[in-house]
Ligand binder design. Structure first.
Ligand SMILES: *Cc1c(COP(=O)(O)O)cnc(C)c1O
Length: 389
């Protein structure tokens, strides 16, 4: 049985070097970073060293970086924290139509109360948000604009610098969910000119439950949690020192390998897309061919359900994912693809293949070998596909 993992956008294995860096802080150096004795001081030193290293990687000051439990928490602190802080003066939020649920849901939660108004920023057929539309929507009432750097389903990379300029013109703050870009492309908060940025460890060979939020100096946010004075009261709770050390090591490794990893992934993904589109009729690439994170390949197969393809691939030892969500028993096509204007019948059959450092040409050749047979068989049984023919 094969073991081919093509779901790196969901999570990744932890790099052994990262584990090695973390181990001392789980064993001998287990102190609480708030303690004044030597155990505590050792932990505190490690925590601040990790903060400095990560800050350097995204080009911010260590004081502007707050450790969290990952992307979801960073996104929530950013959206809810800014919206609540500025609510009296500005009560309007704008988020991209293809955001991750970790941005979408807190924004929708706010919009449910009549204190806040929310606008979604539409995207074009390739998934790029419309800067013209942002210019139209943003106003002196807008507290925050949130648009992700790279999309988790299609890999499309947004022109964040262009969007921040439009938001700042009206005095609105700008947050970007950079969970799918940090560690994969150079990310520089000064260049992007963002006010807040979320990142996580586990999508880039770091440990689950580690992440950080960049909050530019001088920006006030209303805290979500209350307790101790950790992370300047913006994220109280005993710090995950081993996690912070692991996250820092994760980014150091990613930074050193980035060019080589990307060359490898571009080669694989180009071969995979070309061969797939050639060998299977009625399928399409979702998202742009360039301006995307190369490891993400989203393909829609007309007339069948993504879930069935995933299950059949799993039987062959291949792990991929479909963007559809199972809500109340019915399979809903991905909100990302729907926002891009992909017809529901096509979006339902979308599969996200996300490759990683260990993916080989052989892995993809095997996938290309078994896929046509699976697609054919499912289409033969599909009344929807056969009716459209
Ligand atoms: C995975 C992901 C998140 C959530 O991050 P966690 O660390 O799993 O909470 C947020 N945004 C994007 C774009 C993601 O891909």
């Amino acid at each position: 049985m094969k073991n081919i993992y093509l779901d790196h956008n969901a999570t990744t294995p932890v790099d052994p070097e990262v584990i090695e860096a973390m181990l001392p802080y789980l064993t001998g150096k287990f102190g609480n970073a708030s303690s004044v004795h030597s155990y505590g001081r050792d932990a505190k030193v490690a925590l601040e060293k990790a903060r400095e290293s990560i800050a350097e990687f995204i080009n911010c000051e260590p004081e502007e970086l707050y450790f969290t439990s990952g992307g979801t928490e960073s996104d929530n602190i950013a959206i809810l924290g800014v919206a609540n802080q500025l609510a009296k003066r500005r009560n309007h939020l704008i988020v991209g139509a293809t955001e991750h649920h970790a941005v979408f849901e807190p924004a929708e939660h706010l919009a449910k109360s009549d204190k806040f108004e929310l606008d979604l920023l539409p995207v074009d057929g390739e998934g790029f948000v419309s800067s013209e539309k942002l210019t139209e929507l943003v106003s002196e009432k807008t507290s925050l604009v949130s648009v992700m750097h790279a999309n988790n389903e299609t890999g499309v990379i947004q022109d964040i610098t262009k969007l921040t300029a439009i938001a700042h013109e009206k005095g609105a703050l700008f947050h970007t969910d950079a969970v799918q870009s940090v560690g994969k492309l150079p990310v520089d908060v000064q260049e992007l000119d963002v006010d807040l940025l979320s990142l996580t460890g586990h999508k880039i060979y770091g440990p689950k439950g580690t992440g950080a939020l960049f909050i530019r100096q001088g920006i006030k946010i209303a805290p979500l949690f209350f307790g101790g004075a950790h992370e300047k009261k913006r994220r109280p709770g005993t710090e995950n020192v081993a996690g912070a050390v692991g996250l820092a090591r994760t980014l150091e490794i990613a930074s050193a390998r980035m060019t080589k990893d990307n060359e490898h992934l571009i080669k694989l993904s180009d071969m995979f897309i070309d061969s797939l589109l050639k060998s299977i009729p009625d399928c399409r690439l979702n998202g742009p061919r360039t301006n995307r994170v190369p490891q993400t390949v989203n393909i829609a197969f007309d007339g069948i359900e993504g879930e069935s393809i995933i299950l059949n691939l799993d039987l062959k030892g291949i792990a991929a994912s479909s963007g559809s969500a199972c809500t109340s028993g019915a399979i809903e096509p991905s909100h990302v693809l729907m926002a891009m204007g992909v017809p529901a019948i096509t979006a339902q059959g979308a599969i996200r293949f996300s490759m990683g450092r260990a993916t080989t040409t052989k892995d993809l050749e095997y996938t290309l070998e078994v896929l046509p047979e699976i697609i054919n068989r499912l289409r033969e049984m599909s009344p929807v596909y056969n009716r459209s023919k």
